[in-house]
Design a protein. Structure first.
Length: 107
């Protein structure tokens, strides 16, 4: 399960949860998403988070690549980019502003 949160560090209100099935492409129920928590998410899962309602690359976006499955993991914030034993988080700044999450794609 992937859980999206309003605050940094997987805190504040839970916005939405989804499974890790590939091929998902959706607009979140609320655009105020700043972090996510992974619960038993499969390795090689790719979560793309866009500041564009149509998933365009002309605005900021973030890619979370799950390297190894784990019982629980928190992506504290989508900026800056980093890598550890479990994930690679790649933030792509385009216009210099970090905006809202308007589209999410999971592969």
């Amino acid at each position: 399960m992937i859980a999206f949160y309003e605050g940094n560090n997987g805190t504040e209100s839970l916005v939405q949860t989804v499974n890790d099935n590939p091929g998902q492409d959706f607009q979140p129920v609320k655009a105020e998403i700043r972090s996510l928590r992974l619960f038993d998410v499969r390795g090689r899962c790719r979560i793309r988070i866009f500041d564009s309602a149509d998933g365009a690359l002309s605005n900021e976006f973030c890619i979370v690549d799950v390297k190894n499955p784990m019982p629980e993991y928190t992506v504290n914030i989508f900026v800056p980019s980093y890598e550890d034993d479990y994930v690679v988080v790649t933030f792509i700044p385009v216009k210099g502003l970090v905006g809202k999450v308007l589209r999410i794609k999971i592969d």
